[in-house]
Design a protein around this ligand. Structure first.
Ligand code: NAP
Length: 247
């Protein structure tokens, strides 16, 4: 129980990797704020996590691209639980297409959900995180943000930006005792990757040295480590959870 009494917000945690992260932090005793653009999913996940792990939870509908909704999320968290210790910027989407055919709206949407959201959530939460005696910001980037990928100019730019944002936050808030790190998952089995064709999945698996897709729980384990006291002297880093893809 390394995170007892710590208050964590995980964005996009109604399902997928975000939900696994929320469950894993709850298994360490953290109080969890589950927020998702799917409000019913957030409330359901919050009540299931409370029942399974015996921790306090809150499920809130939040579109992380909207600053008023993000501000309300932070206010409700602080009003309910008295502060914030851990912020996990996880919400993310894809709208793939080759660059020359990519619509401007798909560029804007992906940058807003994957990158601007981290700016809005961190800006709103960081004052409260700084005030606590234990602060962690963890951003869920992607190996695509390190390597680029044909057909994902918007996604690659958003995740590359998220990595530079993470390093900047790490530098700006280190003196306040807050660490900031990014996780770069590889090819993880969720709804995001389920929509790919089987032949594409087989090709991707071939490129992974460990020869299997990752599971959401494996990303969650890395987040739990970075959120824990064991990672107190680690900041500004990018931890790839990718079966060796980027080594
Ligand atoms: P997912 O299954 O599609 O889950 C994403 C979650 O984010 C969903 O619950 C979604 O809500 C929510 N969301 C989307 N837009 C939002 C918004 N504007 N405001 C609040 N919540 C929003 O995806 P995932 O695979 O778990 O991905 C989670 C993170 O890991 C993302 O940042 C993704 O880029 C990153 N990642 C994933 C992989 C992979 O292989 N799966 C690899 C590298 C990085 P709805 O349910 O309503 O859509």
């Amino acid at each position: 129980m390394k995170l007892k009494e710590k208050v964590a917000i995980v964005t996009g945690s109604g399902r997928g990797i975000g939900r696994s992260i929320a469950e894993r932090l709850a298994s360490e005793g953290a109080t969890l704020v589950i927020c998702d653009v799917d409000g019913d999913g957030a409330v359901k996940t919050a009540s299931e996590i409370a029942a399974q792990f015996g921790v306090k939870t809150l499920g809130i509908k939040v579109d992380v691209t909207k600053s008023d909704e993000v501000d309300a999320l932070v206010k409700q968290t602080v009003d309910t639980f008295g502060g914030i210790n851990i912020l996990v910027n996880n919400a993310g989407i894809t709208r793939d297409g080759l660059m020359l055919r990519m619509k401007e709206e798909d560029w804007d949407l992906v940058i807003n959900v994957n990158l601007k959201s981290a700016f809005l959530c961190t800006k709103a939460a960081i004052r409260h995180i700084m005030r606590s005696d234990y602060g962690r910001v963890i951003n869920i980037a992607s190996v695509i943000g390190l390597m680029g990928n044909a057909g994902q100019a918007n996604y690659a730019a958003s995740k590359g930006g998220l990595i530079s944002f993470t390093k900047t936050i790490a530098k700006e808030f280190a003196s306040k005792g807050v660490t900031a790190n990014a996780i770069a998952p590889g090819f993880i089995q969720t709804a995001m990757t389920d929509k790919l064709k089987d032949e594409d999945k087989a090709k991707m698996t071939e490129l992974i040295p460990l020869k299997s897709l990752g599971q959401p729980g494996q990303v969650a384990d890395a987040v739990a480590f970075l959120a824990s006291p064991d990672a107190a002297y680690i900041t500004g880093q990018v931890l790839a959870v990718d079966g060796g893809m980027t080594m």
